[in-house]
Design a protein around this ligand. Structure first.
Ligand code: OOG
Ligand code: MG
Length: 254
């Protein structure tokens, strides 16, 4: 098992926007080894000058678990280079097979590490925002095993944050909608994210601390898609709308 070689393979697939075969097709990977590959592939980005920005959770809703056929909670690392400004235009040429999903994002005002309750997690939150996550599996046909997707940094590719809102807004049961060209295509509720997105934040605090990368002030946490993800199409306008928080947009170039 060569962790560095697998990390470099995934890193170059992402950079060149070229799909690769699932690692598990040729290399049996444990969950621990898969996270080691993820860590090493993100280290390559950091070595090129990118910066750590926070953490994302995956498979926190039934909609996502059913769509991808995986029901284990996973996490990945976010970097500053993955962030796209609200309302910006992206070119599909930088991606392999991108999909978008609506999420709720947190930014922390305090450190948050270890086993914490949702209330303790909330006390560390500085602000909450509606978000879009663009996921892009580096594996052909967006098919993978659990270790594959963990090694591939939970398919993370880009994320967009809408307006920051007060943490006093209860995000436990807010309507969430994904629109393409103003038409609603996916509708859900923040309650579908582990019954409350603050539980996802608590999980992120525990998992990041276990990996010796505790959540710090300024870190962004994406709590996971509340609906199934949809494929991005050229020349469209994607919008995520979260009740009480507002909206977040992305333009897909022709
Ligand atoms: C894995 C990433 C899952 C989420 O929000 O559940 C994820 C995938 O679906 O390819 O980002
Ligand atoms: Mg996601």
């Amino acid at each position: 098992m060569n962790i560095q070689r697998l990390a470099a393979l995934l890193d170059s697939a992402a950079r060149s926007a070229r799909a690769i075969d699932q690692l598990s097709a040729t290399v049996p990977l444990t969950i621990e080894e898969a996270y080691a590959v993820q860590r090493a592939s993100i280290a390559l980005r950091i070595a090129r000058g990118d910066r750590r920005a926070g953490v994302k959770l995956g498979f926190t809703s039934q909609a996502k678990m059913i769509q991808m056929g995986i029901s284990d909670l996973i996490w990945g690392r976010l970097t500053a280079g993955m962030r796209v400004e609200d309302g910006a235009a992206i070119s599909l040429s930088a991606y392999i097979q991108p999909r978008v999903e609506p999420e709720i994002a947190f930014v922390l005002g305090k450190e948050l590490a270890g086993t914490v309750s949702p209330a303790e997690a909330l006390a560390a939150v500085d602000a909450i925002a509606p978000a879009l996550e663009v996921i892009d599996s580096r594996y052909r046909a967006f098919r993978f095993s659990l270790p594959d997707v963990i090694a591939d940094n939970a398919s993370s590719s880009s994320f967009v944050l809408g307006p920051w809102c007060s943490p006093s807004i209860d995000v436990g049961n807010l309507g969430m909608q994904l629109e393409v060209d103003t038409r609603p295509v996916e509708i859900g509720s923040s309650a579908s994210v582990l019954e409350h997105p603050l539980r996802a934040l608590a999980a992120a605090a525990r998992l990041a601390a276990q990996a010796d990368e505790p959540l710090r002030p300024g870190d962004i946490v994406l709590s996971g898609g509340a609906t199934a993800a949809i494929a991005l199409r050229p020349g469209t306008h994607v919008r995520g709308v979260v009740e009480a928080l507002g909206q977040v947009e992305l333009i897909i170039e022709e």
